[in-house]
Design a protein around this ligand. Structure first.
Ligand code: KG4
Ligand code: ZN
Length: 364
């Protein structure tokens, strides 16, 4: 079994080839960051055009890299949502066209399912656990558009335990980085700046910490960071923050986020344990899962709760097509293919039974 995966839901144009036994034969990612930089954020129309320009060559590179032709494929999988509609249409239409040439099934993958199942492709980063991550597990999904805790019961079978009332956690990182003048995407820049910082210097709030349940909120933390920045007397001409200020603010922000994620995940482990007695595996996935400080704090929580932490390998935390191809493999093995009448879904919750959170759906 060999599946071509295509990812175009946000600002990466990506194509990958993955085999049925979980070998990544090719994994090409082209970031559009430079296209969006002049605008200070992702512009959907710019993204759609950039996907259109790049998609053919990225797919060719992936196929050549894997050393195969379309006739060798078993299926083509594309991100079908959630995400920006223009990009989704480019990926889905390209995937459908290839399935017609190759005479193989088309598979529409929920982008979030791609993040959710990546550890089953790679195993975690934690050595001994590599290769075997069985259902069910608790999933902390932390990305630019989402912040959720879910019980993953099987392919296509998710139960949401909590979500954010306002910003996604990656979005909060991105906005914090903008306030600190660090650039985009903010997560890795905050993490780097925080390395030399003192996380205890600024007393930032920990929204939702100590509350029952698994929901999140980050807008208060963002506002508190803005206030902390304004309260610092400028010590450089022009009023810029010093490098030490930026480092301390970044570290204080990152510590606050980590505290909240650990607190919510602790509740998640309890709820999950009630539903699945004796099961205690927590998986962390999505772009923010690349953050070393957050991974370390989750590791401490897991050790404390006698749970097993499986962290998605850093290289596959942010958006890529290997995760889409692999979700395609998992679906193909179960006979879960889609018709050519599939329409991209800008909003596509993993758990369709979960009630909409306040503000939910504003972000893809
Ligand atoms: O999963 P992803 O690539 O895209 C979405 O599906 O949203 O996540 C991108 C997000 C961005 O907000 C980025 O700032 C954040 O992940 N991110 C990080 C790190 N690397 C990426 N956040 C914190 N620490 C990092 N090292
Ligand atoms: Zn993503």
């Amino acid at each position: 079994m060999i599946v071509l995966g295509i990812e175009t839901s946000c600002d990466e144009t990506a194509a990958a080839v993955v085999s049925g036994d979980g070998e990544i034969l090719a994994n090409e990612v082209l970031s559009q960051i430079e296209d969006h930089r002049p605008f200070g954020g992702i512009v959907p129309e710019v993204a759609a055009r950039a996907h259109l320009l790049a998609i053919d060559s990225i797919i060719s590179r992936a196929m050549d890299g894997a050393g195969i032709g379309f006739a060798d494929l078993s299926a083509v999988a594309a991100s079908g949502g959630p995400g920006l509609i223009g990009g989704l249409m480019v990926g889905v239409m390209t995937a459908k066209a290839i399935t017609q040439v190759a005479n193989v099934p088309f598979i529409a993958v929920n982008h979030l399912e791609g993040h959710a199942l990546t550890v089953r492709l790679t195993g975690g980063d934690n050595g001994a656990d590599a290769g075997g991550v069985d259902f069910p597990y608790l999933l902390l999904l932390v990305s630019g558009g989402h912040c959720q805790l879910l019980a993953v019961k099987g392919v296509g079978d998710y139960r949401r335990l909590g979500t954010t009332f306002d910003d996604a956690v990656g979005e909060a990182f991105d906005k914090a980085a903008k306030m600190l003048g660090l650039g985009y995407p903010g997560g890795p820049l905050i993490e780097a700046a925080a390395e030399d910082g003192d996380g205890t210097r600024f007393k930032l709030p920990r929204p939702m910490k100590g509350r029952a349940g698994c929901d999140f909120s980050f807008s208060g933390l963002k506002t508190a960071l803005r206030r902390a920045i304004l309260d610092i007397p400028p010590d450089l001409p022009g009023g810029a923050l010093s490098a030490a200020d930026v480092a301390d603010l970044a570290a204080s922000f990152q510590d606050a986020v980590a505290d909240v994620l650990v607190d919510r995940s602790r509740n998640g482990l309890i709820l999950f344990g009630d539903q699945f007695p004796g099961q205690a595996t927590i998986v962390v996935a999505g772009g923010v899962a690349a953050n070393g400080a957050i991974r370390a704090r989750l590791g401490e929580l897991a050790a404390d709760k006698k749970a097993r932490l499986i962290a998605t390998p850093v290289a596959l935390c942010t958006d890529n097509a290997a995760m889409i191809a692999w979700a395609g493999v998992e679906r193909l093995k179960l006979g879960l293919t889609d018709g050519l009448d599939f329409r991209p879904r800008p909003r596509w919750p993993l758990d369709p039974t979960a009630p909409a959170a306040i503000y939910a759906g504003v972000k893809a």
